[in-house]
Design a protein around this ligand. Structure first.
Ligand SMILES: [Zn+2]
Length: 269
């Protein structure tokens, strides 16, 4: 297996790379492991002390649950894997508080965290607008969780597609340029008397096959490269894309070793 990073934008949280000498089973295992297994922090329980806003407690609770929180995986454990056995301790949960009085727009940045490392990723996310005299006060508990239990614990969006493979037969190609005109993404050009695809922008190809249909000489073939994928990781902000990828591998290894030990434990009949 080979990995070649095509682009990485740490600010917007996007990592794109070629995954070659692989197969769909492996690509999908990595994708599902990132989305469902990699844990992140999210608000799970809320105790409302005061809420005279126009929104019900349930609506505010739902909004709070979906606020991404920066997650330090070195400091927190999943409740099911914590020493407290899920009872709740400083290793697996964190208290967050808010106390605001109107008139104001309550933002995610108004949430006070007991751990300075954990705070809302997007401070300008609005929670509720308070009019004069209205109040909102609560204590929330954030816990580490996994995307397989609720989407609020998903660290991001992961998808992939086959890398396109373009073969131009220089024997048949007359350099007429009909394929160039047909490409909706403008990826083709004619060099000398042969059509060629822009290798830098290959990932923009959607395999629509407009070029092959336009070529009267059947000189152009475009097909998915079965063993090579263009892999996209987009983070919601709790973790970096590289943290998401490496933690997903740790989770796969953990599941496999659990499977191995269970199999060894259960003897044959
Ligand atoms: Zn605990």
């Amino acid at each position: 297996m080979d990995v070649e990073v095509i682009s990485e934008d740490k600010k917007s949280g996007r990592l794109v790379f070629y995954l070659s000498n692989a197969n769909p089973a492996l690509a999908n295992t990595i994708r599902r492991s990132i989305v469902e297994e990699v844990p992140v922090l999210a608000i799970e329980d809320i105790e409302f002390r005061n809420n005279s806003s126009v929104l019900y407690d349930e609506i505010i609770a739902h909004r709070l649950g979906l606020i991404p929180l920066t997650t330090d995986l070195g400091s927190y454990e999943l409740p099911s894997e914590c020493k407290c056995n899920g009872a709740g301790c400083a290793q697996c949960q964190l208290k967050l508080t808010l106390k605001e009085k109107g008139p104001c727009l309550v933002l995610a940045s108004d949430i006070k965290s007991k751990d300075p490392k954990v705070k809302p990723v997007y401070p300008d996310m609005p929670i509720v607008k308070l009019l004069k005299g209205q109040k909102l006060e609560f204590e929330a508990t954030a816990v580490l969780g996994q995307g397989k239990d609720h989407a609020k614990w998903s660290p991001g969006h992961v998808y992939y597609k086959h890398k396109p493979k373009v073969v131009v037969s220089s024997k048949d190609c007359e350099g007429c340029g009909s394929c160039v005109k047909s490409c909706p993404k403008n990826l083709l050009s004619v060099e000398g008397s042969t059509a060629r695809i822009d290798k830098e922008r290959l990932m923009e190809c959607t395999l629509c096959e407009a070029c092959t249909a336009a070529c009267k000489k059947n000189a152009l073939k475009i097909e998915p490269d079965e063993g090579c994928f263009i892999f996209y990781i987009e983070s919601w902000g709790q973790l970096s894309c590289r943290e998401m990828a490496s933690t997903s591998c740790d989770r796969i290894i953990k599941l496999l070793s659990e499977f191995d030990s269970q199999l060894k434990k259960s003897g044959g009949v």
